[in-house]
Write a protein that binds this ligand. Structure first.
Ligand SMILES: Cc1ncc(COP(=O)(O)O)c(C=O)c1O
Length: 324
C-alpha cells in the first residue's frame, strides 16, 4: 500500500466546516504594494468551539477515542487554551467526558475561553504552572482508570503524529499551489502536518514558514521534525521522505507566550481595518507581523501566491462576564 493509501485509510470524524474558505486580500496587497498575491485560509471558521486549528487534529483523535471505546478525554494547556476549548466542545458533541488541566494565563480577568470550557461541561483541574500539567494529567487519568473509566490522554496541542494528520488532510483540500504558507507555530503539530502533507501530495516546492508564538526556532523545528518522523512511521513512508524544509522564525515572539507585542497589535489592526478580518492577539497576530516583515524585506518577492493560514484563537480578545 502506498503512503497516500495508508494515510487515506486512517479514519477521522467529520466535525469541522471543511474545506475552510480561502479568501484573497486585495486591499492589503495594494496597501503594501506587495508583489505576491496574498491569500488567507480561514481555519478560524472551522466551527467547533469557536473554530481554530485544533478541530482538524481532534477529528483524528476523537475518531480513535470513539472507535476504541474510550469514555473520557483529558488534555492540558493554559486557561486561554484554544486547544482545550475545542476539545471540550467536541467531547460534548461526541458524548465523551472531558477533563482539562489548566495553568494560569497572562490574560487579565477571566478568559472567555475558560467560561466556555465550563459551559461545555468540562471538569477543570487547576495547576500552578505548565511543568505540572503532564504529571497531573497522568495522575488524573490513573485515578479514572482505577474507577472503571476509559480515559484517553491528548498531549498538549494534540501535536502528535495522529493530530498532525489533520493538517495533511488540510493540504489535500487545497485547490491551488501557493509558493509559501505562513502560519503561527507553537507545539508543532500544525506545521508538521502541513510540511508532511505538502510532501505527500507533491507540493514539495511550497515553502512553509512557522512564526513562533513563544519558543526558540531550533526547539520548535526539532519538535516538528520528530512529529514528521512519527507520521512517516504511521503511514509507511520511507524515513525523511516527508521532511521538506522546516523553517521557524522566532523574531516575533515579543514579550513571551500569551503576551501581545507592539508589532502584533499593529498587524491585528491593519488586517481588521483593510480586510475586516480579526486575528487573535498572541498567535496569529504575531504570525501576521512575521508575514508583513517577510513581505517588506523581500524574502517573499519571488513568490506568486502567498497563503496566510489563519489558525483561529480570537476568543483571547474577550474576557468572561461574571465568574465561572
Ligand atoms: C490560534 C492558534 N494558532 C496556532 C497555534 C499553534 O499550533 P500548533 O500548536 O499546532 O503549533 C495554536 C496553538 O495553540 C493556536 O491556539
Amino acid at each position: 500500500m502506498t503512503p497516500i493509501d495508508c494515510f487515506r485509510r486512517i479514519r477521522r470524524l467529520d466535525l469541522g466546516h471543511f474545506p475552510s474558505p480561502v479568501q484573497d486580500l486585495p486591499r492589503l496587497r495594494e496597501h503594501l504594494a506587495a508583489k505576491p498575491r496574498l491569500w488567507i485560509k480561514r481555519d478560524d471558521w472551522s466551527g467547533a468551539g469557536f473554530g481554530g486549528n485544533k478541530v482538524r487534529k481532534l477529528e483524528y483523535y476523537l475518531s480513535k477515542a470513539l472507535r476504541q471505546g474510550y469514555d473520557t478525554v483529558l488534555t492540558c494547556g493554559a486557561e486561554t487554551s484554544n486547544h482545550c476549548r475545542a476539545t471540550a466542545s467536541l467531547a460534548a458533541r461526541c458524548g465523551l467526558r472531558c477533563h482539562l488541566i489548566l495553568n494560569p494565563s497572562a490574560q487579565s480577568g477571566t478568559p472567555a475561553s475558560l467560561l466556555l470550557d465550563h459551559l461545555y461541561g468540562a471538569e477543570i483541574h487547576r495547576v500552578a504552572d505548565r511543568t505540572q500539567r503532564a504529571p497531573v494529567m497522568s495522575e488524573i487519568s490513573a485515578g479514572l482508570r482505577a474507577n472503571g473509566h476509559r480515559p484517553m490522554e491528548i498531549p498538549l496541542g494534540a501535536s502528535t503524529p495522529l493530530g498532525a494528520l489533520g493538517f495533511m488532510h488540510a493540504i489535500s483540500e487545497l485547490n491551488f499551489h501557493p509558493a509559501a504558507i505562513i502560519h503561527a507555530t507553537s507545539s508543532g503539530g500544525t506545521q508538521a502536518g502541513l510540511v508532511a502533507g505538502l510532501a505527500l501530495f507533491g507540493f514539495s516546492d511550497t515553502r512553509v514558514i512557522g512564526i513562533s508564538a513563544d519558543d526558540p526556532a531550533r526547539e520548535v523545528e526539532e519538535t516538528v521534525r520528530t512529529i514528521v518522523g512519527g507520521i512517516e512511521l504511521e503511514i509507511n513512508a520511507p524515513a525523511c521522505s516527508l521532511l521538506g524544509g522546516i523553517h521557524v522564525d522566532d523574531r516575533f515572539t515579543g514579550p513571551g507566550y500569551g503576551i501581545p507585542s507592539r508589532e502584533s497589535d499593529e498587524a491585528l489592526k491593519l488586517l481588521a481595518r483593510l480586510e475586516g478580518i480579526i486575528l487573535d492577539p498572541v498567535y496569529t497576530a504575531k504570525a501576521f507581523a512575521g508575514l508583513l516583515a517577510l513581505l517588506s524585506d523581500g524574502t517573499l518577492n519571488n513568490a506568486r501566491d502567498v497563503l496566510f493560514w489563519h489558525t483561529g484563537g480570537q476568543m483571547a480578545l474577550f474576557s468572561a462576564v461574571g465568574t465561572c
